[in-house]
Every structure is written in structure tokens, then in C-alpha cells.
Design a protein around this ligand. Structure first.
Ligand code: ADP
Length: 882
């Protein structure tokens, strides 16, 4: 017992885990079809798999849905690079709960309103199944899922509807496609669903794959289009940035020109030049003239500066604690001599910039290359707050002695035209013409490959994986430093430029597939239904055919036998297989040359009852009934052949019995009756009272026996058509008179007054076609019955009337009447209403049945009306002959 329990719960557990795995796997596949950045998939198969599983294996499958959905949602988050946390789990669980609820609701609706297991063979059920399990149930998973994303801060309010809509479409289509497939593979009734693999499963899967392929192609071309558009925009941005960067060089060259052209630029000239000549660039926060001062020139230089109005000027440097102090003795200095704008920058006036290694490196490069040089990115401190920037130097030499330049360029170096560049402002300035929220821009100083330095950052640094392909990168050299400009699309750009065309292709196409699925289900259902019905009917018919007691043959128009049943094999003594080669005339010789008569509605009597020929040569008496059947333009005849050999034997026996009765019984009975009559008449001597009485009883019973014998002979003759009626037109009234006269004596015996109503003159001569003797027999029987069943002293009337073309002859009594329940049997043989009545001994119960046979044979009819204790009227209706 425990092992059975164990194995069934183990199987249930296995199913739950398989469902969880299937849910996770199909979900992962479905999400591959999602379009970034919203992760919208037009097809979410797991919902359909879940619904199918719950329907097929029951509510325990909900655990599988919960586990599978949790796993799927967690792995989506992990794959996106986030780490696992309690918040991730709770979001995954909330979404899973929505999916499980949707599955449960769908399964409940379907069980309640469609029924399950179900072979889904009619359209109404298929429609309900799809609508309830698809759009209606999945509105729950879409609602719960979208709200969970919203409340967990994954999406914003304005994205809520979009998220809900796409979620719903994906889930609903998943149900429409995957649930029928689940049923095809696992649902009962297996024979119906299994047969649909080829008719429904294959086209559904195939068309879905086609749609998915078209979708992938469409979304790839969308992606390409977007890529091209982005590259175009990004290229312009990069060019503009490059232009902005190089403008620093031009400006600085212009400033350098001032010092090249004049030996002795004054503070005033410098400031005027900056004010009026130099193009102001937003990103350049200051210009300076950094004078190259050798150790021996220091004194003079400081002196000269002081004389130009810089009171207390001396060359300074920063000490360890960061305050400015007088520069210590060195071979040479690069001193900030003039600086503009003065207000913002005067704090560093007089500073020896060559002390700082970053600046010194750039100064050296400028000197060596005799060209514009830029420092690596550093922090500027002009505005008392640090901002990222670079300093650009342009070396100025004493041109007069330039042609004699020797290895030591410092000998002719005058100084450096210098620009302090705030990189953020400079780049921002170049970007003003562009929509800046479309892209992220990152500029990195990669001069030292191992130690890249951030030059400029706008927007997101971490680019999502799906946007990696779209990044545009370009290297530029600026003042001897190598910069990498990289532009990537923002999420906003992506979401604005992702056209939903591909999504519509997917959703629309799959919707079409599911409709196709529904349609195929209904077609295959109908086919199955019809096939079942045909099979069942065929089996029924075959069993009737096979087991029929009557021989049945199916014969074609040419008389060839197409089919025969076992009863036919027995009747004609042929093996069943041989009938295929037989002609019907071989079995029924009478049909020779008369096959064209088979079409007749009523067969000639000689064909209806005829002789059959057995394989062993023996004859059988058969009765044929033949019905034509039209099957697809061909005519067939169904022969039902009844073996009447036994009936014939009985008939023969009966005839023999009747002749025995008539000859062997009637003749001695007549002599017994005659002898008794003679003895009773006293002609053979007077008998004593007792003997007389006994003989009277004997005579009475002999009479009764004779009547019975006569009646039996009569009815047999009538029934077997052995009596030929001698029909002749005769006036009816005289016959009625005769009948009444014949029964007078009988009426007197019962003290009954028997009378014939005098008819209207016109009726007296009416004639009917009758056998007069048999008619008198009929009338005698009706009149004697009326007398027998009347009270003493009452009247029995015989009445003649006309009704249209018939005459009506009535025998009317006021006797005991006939009970209603006797009506059914009254005209059958040996039927008597009241067996306790002593008068019945006078009758045989055969009279009325003989009467009816005779009246029917004369082309008339007989009926009666009767009320118990009130009387009875028997009426015969016969057609009038003119
Ligand atoms: P029987 O030889 O017994 O008269 P019938 O066939 O003539 O046989 O009548 C059958 C039965 O129908 C009678 O036994 C009787 O019960 C009933 N029956 C016939 N005629 C009448 C009648 N006029 N009044 C009442 N009962 C009748």
C-alpha cells in the first residue's frame, strides 16, 4: 500500500518538476523573441503550457507554475547582470503568483463552462475554450505582473499600460498556441487528440515557426535601420566634438602669434589682445602667458613684473601644505606672467607651473615637438571648486634666432601661450546644436593604455548589452594626447526608435496561427465525429446483416451478387466466399430473364413466392422481398429471402387435418345426430324420462359439436382462400327478409321479438355485389348473437339504410352490451366476452371472426357500437352496385 502511494506521489512530484522545467525553458525561449529595451515578447509559451498542465493533471500543477515562473524571473534578472537579493526574489514570486492565478482561473473557467477532459469537436466549445483560457484568464497574469513591476519600481506609471498590454498579448497568444499542443500530446480522450497530431499539431507548430522566423528577420532589419540612423547622428556628434577640441589649438596658436610678433608684450597689450582678438570659447576659462625664466633672468624678470604694476611680484610655488611660497632656486622656471580674466585667475599669478609633473610633462612635449601640447586630465582649481579640465600649451620661440636652433631648444624658448580648458564646458558647448538625450558621450584619454583617464562623461557609462553593437568609437589626437570618443544610444533613443512593426508581425502572425489552430481543431473534430458515427453505424448495420435470421443478398443491376450474409449461406448451402461469383438467377431460377421487373413497386406474386435452388441441387420454398438501393449512381437490390418450407409443411398438415375432420369426424357425427333424433322422436319405442333426458343432452352436445366442426371447417376454408365466393349483384332487401325469417324460430325460443324495419321505397331495390349464401350466414350469425345476448321479451331489429354509395345494414338489440375492453379481441377466433355466461355454451367464439372474413372478402366492412346494459348495434357496410 505504502509503495503504491509512494510511487503515485513520486510521479506527481516528477510532473510538477517537469512542468517547472518546461515553464522555465519555454519562457527563456520566448524571451529570446523579446524586443529591447522593454523586453516585450509577442509570444509567451509558458502560460499555455501551464494552463494545459493544470487542465490535464490537476491543481497540484500550480506548484510547478510557481516554481517555474520564479526560476524564470530570477534568471532573467541574473542574466541582466544584477545580483540575487531578497527584492529580486519577492518580485519574481509576485509575478509567479500572477501566472499561477491566471492558470488556475483559466482551468476553472474551462472546466466549468466547457468541460474537461473534452475532445473539443464543436465550434462553440473550441471558441469558449480559447476565449476563457486565453484573453480572459491571462488578463490576470498581465495585471498582477505589470503592477508588481510598477510597485517594485521597475517601470513607471506611464509605462504601466504599455507593459500590461504587451504582457497580456504575449500570454494570451502563448495559451492559444501551447495549450492545444499540450492537449494533443497529453489530454484525454487520447484517440481523438492523438489523431490531431498531423492535422492540427504539425500545421500549428510549422506556421508558428514561420511567423517567428519572419519576426526575427523583421526585427533584424529594424535593428539595422536603427543602427544606421544612430551612426549617422553619432558621427555628426563626434565630428562636432573633434572640431570643438581642435578649436583650442587654433585659439592658442593665435595667442602665441602675439608673442612671436612682438619682443616685449606688456600686460595691457596682453589683456587687450585677449579682450578683442581671441574668440571667446565657453570652455576656456582662462588664458595666460607663461614666461620661460632662466635662473639668471629671475631677478630681472621679477623686477620687470613689479614695474608693470604687479606689486610684490615674485615667482611662487606650492609647499607641502598647499600654500604659496617663494619658489626655491632652480635652473629655470615657467612662470604665469600674464593671466586673463584676472579676477578669476589672479590667485595663481606668478606660479611656476613646471613644478607640477603633469604640467611639466605637457610643457616638455610642447617644447620637444615645437607644437601645441595638452596635459592629461586634471582637476582645475580656478573657481575655488575643482572641475575637470586640461591645460594646453603652445611654445613660443625667439624667431630671430630660430634658424640657428641647436639641440637645446630652451635657449631660444620665450614661453608658452596657455589655455585653461574646462572640458565639461568645452564639450557641452560643441553639443548645443544636438538633442543631447539621445546619446551617451564618453571621452577617455588613452595615451597611457594601461591607465585610461576619463576626459569627459555625459550620460550612462554602463551600456546595456543590447546596445553594445550600436556604440560608435573614434580616436583623435589632441595636443599629443590620444583621446577615444565613444557615443552610445540612450535608452530613450532606443525606445523611441524601436518600431513596433516587428512586434505586430509576431503578435498578429501568431494570432493568425492560433485561429488556424482553432479552425483545424474544429475540422478535425468534425471529421473524427463523423468517422466515429460512420464506424458505429457500420458496425450496427454489419451486425444486423451478419446476425439476421433472414437470408440477405445485395445484388447489382446485372444480377451479380455483391454481398451475402451467413443466413444466406445456410439457406443456399454455399460457402460465404462463393457468393461473389454467383448470379442471383443461379439461386432463384424464376428470375431468369426477369431482372428488369425488380424495379417494380410490387413484385408479381409468382416472383414473391418461388423456389430457391441450393448448391446441393435441393429446392427450398422462399418468399422474396426486394428493395432497390441507389449508391452513387449505381443501382443495387437488397433481397430478403424468407424460407417458407416449414410454413408450407404446416399448411399441408392443416389441409390434411381439415379433410380428416370433414370426413372422419363429420360423417360419424351426422349418423350419431340422426340416430339420436330417431330415438328421441319415440319411433324406436318410448323411453323412460331419465333416458329421454340424458339422450336430449347428448343430442344437444352432438349439435354443438357439429356446429363447432362446421365453423372450424368454414374458417379454415375462408382463411386459406379455399372458398371461392360466388359474387353476384343482388337486391339486398329480399335477402334481409329471408334472413329474418330463417331466425324467427330461434328468436321465439328466447322469447325475443325479431323484426325487419320497413325501409324507404327507394332502398328496396338497391343492389349489392354479394355471395347470397354467405351473406345469409353473416346475417344469421349477427341476428342469433343479438337474440342470445338480449333480455327476454325485448326486440331485435334489422335495419337498412343508405349512406352515399354504400348501404348500411344494422342488427340492433337492447341487450347486455359488449364491454369496451373486449373491442380489441371481438373479431378474433374463439373470443367470448363473458365466459361465465351460460349462453356462451351456445356459441363457439368463431361466429364474428367468420363474419368479418366474409364481409371483408365481399369488399365491405363491419363494425359495432355498444353500451353495457343498454344494447349493441352491429353494422355492415357494403358498396351499392348500380
Ligand atoms: P359466439 O359463437 O360465442 O356467439 P361470436 O364470435 O359470434 O361467437 O361472438 C363472440 C362474442 O361476442 C360473444 O360470445 C359475445 O360475448 C359477444 N357478442 C357478440 N354479439 C353480441 C351482442 N349483440 N350483444 C352482446 N355481446 C355480443
Amino acid at each position: 500500500m505504502s509503495s503504491i502511494l509512494g510511487s503515485s506521489s513520486f510521479r506527481a512530484l516528477l510532473r510538477i518538476l517537469s512542468l517547472a522545467g518546461g515553464y522555465w525553458f519555454s519562457g527563456w525561449i520566448s524571451l529570446q523573441l523579446a524586443i529591447p529595451p522593454g523586453f516585450v515578447s509577442g509570444l509567451f509559451l509558458p502560460m499555455g503550457i501551464a494552463l494545459g498542465a493544470i487542465l490535464i493533471w490537476g491543481w497540484s500543477m500550480l506548484f510547478g507554475v510557481l516554481i517555474g515562473s520564479c526560476l524564470l524571473n530570477i534568471s532573467v534578472v541574473l542574466l541582466a547582470g544584477q545580483s540575487f537579493s531578497w527584492a529580486v526574489f519577492s518580485l519574481a514570486f509576485e509575478i509567479a503568483l500572477g501566472s499561477a492565478l491566471a492558470g488556475a482561473f483559466g482551468a476553472w473557467l474551462i472546466r466549468r463552462y466547457v468541460g474537461f477532459p473534452n475532445d473539443l469537436t464543436d465550434e462553440r466549445k473550441i471558441f469558449l475554450f480559447f476565449i476563457l483560457g486565453g484573453p480572459i484568464a491571462t488578463s490576470i497574469s498581465a495585471s498582477v505582473g505589470s503592477l508588481a513591476l510598477f510597485f517594485n519600481g521597475i517601470i513607471q506609471g506611464k509605462q504601466l499600460f504599455y507593459s500590461w498590454w504587451t504582457w497580456w498579448i504575449g500570454d494570451a497568444i502563448g495559451v492559444l498556441i501551447a495549450t492545444p499542443l499540450m492537449c494533443i500530446f497529453f489530454a484525454a480522450p487520447r484517440n481523438v487528440w492523438r489523431n490531431r497530431r498531423a492535422a492540427v499539431g504539425v500545421p500549428l507548430v510549422f506556421s508558428s515557426i514561420v511567423v517567428v522566423v519572419v519576426f526575427v528577420m523583421a526585427s533584424m532589419s529594424e535593428q539595422k535601420k536603427m543602427e544606421a540612423q544612430f551612426r549617422q547622428e553619432a558621427q555628426v556628434v563626434v565630428s562636432s566634438v573633434k572640431l570643438g577640441l581642435s578649436s583650442v589649438e587654433y585659439i592658442l596658436a593665435a595667442l602665441g602669434g602675439l608673442f612671436i610678433s612682438s619682443d616685449n608684450v606688456t600686460r595691457k597689450e596682453f589683456s587687450a589682445y585677449i579682450d578683442h582678438v581671441i574668440v571667446k570659447k565657453h570652455g576656456v576659462s582662462g588664458f595666460s602667458w607663461n614666461r620661460y625664466v632662466r635662473r639668471d633672468e629671475r631677478e630681472n624678470f621679477e623686477q620687470k613684473m613689479r614695474s608693470e604694476g604687479f606689486e610684490g611680484f615674485y615667482i611662487k610655488e606650492k609647499n607641502a601644505s598647499g600654500t604659496f611660497v617663494k619658489a626655491s632656486e632652480r635652473d629655470d622656471y615657467v612662470v604665469i606672467g600674464y593671466i586673463e580674466p584676472w579676477q578669476e585667475n589672479n590667485a595663481i599669478h606668478g606660479l611656476d607651473v613646471a613644478v607640477d609633473p603633469v604640467r611639466a610633462a605637457a610643457l616638455n612635449r610642447a617644447l620637444e615637438s615645437n607644437a601645441f601640447a595638452v596635459t592629461s586630465p586634471l582637476q582645475l582649481m580656478q573657481d575655488k571648486q575643482y572641475s575637470p579640465g586640461v591645460i594646453a600649451f603652445f611654445p613660443v620661440f625667439d624667431l630671430a634666432r630660430l634658424n640657428t636652433l641647436s639641440a637645446n631648444k630652451k635657449n631660444w624658448l620665450l614661453g608658452y601661450a596657455t589655455a585653461i580648458v574646462r572640458t565639461n564646458d568645452l564639450i557641452a558647448d560643441t553639443l548645443t546644436p544636438f538633442k543631447t538625450d539621445d546619446y551617451n558621450l564618453i571621452i577617455t584619454d588613452i595615451t597611457q593604455k594601461a591607465n585610461p583617464l576619463r576626459f569627459y562623461t555625459k550620460g550612462q557609462v554602463a551600456i546595456p548589452a543590447y546596445a553594445q553593437d550600436l556604440i560608435l568609437e573614434e580616436r583623435v589626437v589632441l595636443g599629443g594626447r590620444e583621446l577615444l570618443i565613444s557615443v552610445s544610444p540612450t535608452e530613450k533613443f532606443l525606445s523611441e526608435h524601436v518600431s513596433l512593426q516587428a512586434w505586430f508581425v509576431l503578435a498578429g502572425g501568431l494570432l493568425f496561427c492560433s485561429l488556424l489552430g482553432g479552425f483545424l481543431l474544429s475540422i478535425s473534430g468534425r471529421t473524427q465525429h463523423v468517422t466515429n458515427l460512420v464506424e458505429q453505424r457500420t458496425r450496427e448495420l454489419a451486425s444486423i446483416f451478419e446476425n439476421a435470421a433472414e437470408a440477405i443478398l445485395v445484388v447489382d443491376e446485372n444480377g451479380g451478387i455483391q454481398k451475402a450474409n451467413p443466413a444466406a449461406a445456410t439457406l443456399f448451402a454455399y460457402p460465404l466466399a462463393d457468393f461473389r461469383h454467383l448470379q442471383i438467377v443461379a439461386l432463384i431460377p424464376a428470375l431468369q430473364g426477369r431482372l428488369n421487373e425488380l424495379h417494380l413497386a410490387v413484385l408479381p406474386s409468382e416472383l414473391r413466392e418461388t423456389i430457391g435452388q441450393r448448391s446441393d441441387g435441393a429446392n427450398v420454398s422462399v418468399e422474396l422481398s426486394i428493395s432497390p438501393v441507389d449508391i452513387s449512381e449505381q443501382k443495387f437490390f437488397t433481397f430478403i429471402i424468407h424460407d417458407v418450407t416449414a410454413r408450407r409443411k404446416v399448411d399441408l398438415l392443416k389441409t390434411e387435418f381439415i379433410s380428416t375432420v370433414s370426413h372422419e369426424l363429420r360423417t360419424p357425427l351426422t349418423s350419431i345426430k340422426g340416430a339420436l333424433s330417431i330415438v328421441l322422436s319415440g319411433n324406436t319405442g318410448v323411453l323412460d324420462e331419465k333416458a329421454n333426458h340424458l339422450l336430449a343432452i347428448a343430442k344437444n352436445n352432438a349439435d354443438r359439436l357439429a356446429r363447432l366442426v362446421n365453423d372450424i371447417l368454414d374458417i379454415d376454408k375462408l382463411e386459406f382462400g379455399n372458398v371461392q365466393l360466388n359474387m353476384q349483384p343482388a337486391p339486398i332487401y329480399p335477402l334481409l327478409k329471408q334472413a329474418v325469417e330463417q331466425n324467427h324460430a330461434y328468436a321465439e325460443r328466447y322469447c325475443i321479438h325479431l323484426q325487419l324495419d320497413l325501409p324507404r321505397e327507394a332502398l328496396m331495390s338497391l343492389r349489392v355485389n354479394i355471395d347470397a349464401d354467405r351473406f345469409l350466414q353473416v346475417m344469421s350469425n349477427l341476428i342469433s348473437n343479438a337474440i342470445k345476448f338480449s333480455h327476454r321479451q325485448s326486440v331485435v331489429r334489422v335495419n337498412l339504410q343508405r349512406e352515399e354509395d354504400n348501404i348500411l345494414i344494422s342488427v340492433i338489440d337492447t341487450g347486455q352490451g359488449i364491454p369496451d375492453e373486449f373491442r380489441q379481441r371481438i373479431f378474433t377466433k374463439f373470443a367470448q366476452a363473458d365466459s361465465s355466461d351460460t349462453r356462451r355454451r351456445d356459441g363457439t367464439g368463431l361466429g364474428l371472426s367468420i363474419t368479418k372474413v366474409i364481409v371483408d372478402a365481399m369488399g365491405g366492412s363491419i363494425d359495432y357500437v355498444s353500451t353495457v346494459n343498454k344494447g349493441t348495434t352491429f353494422t355492415i357496410r357494403l358498396p351499392i352496385v348500380s
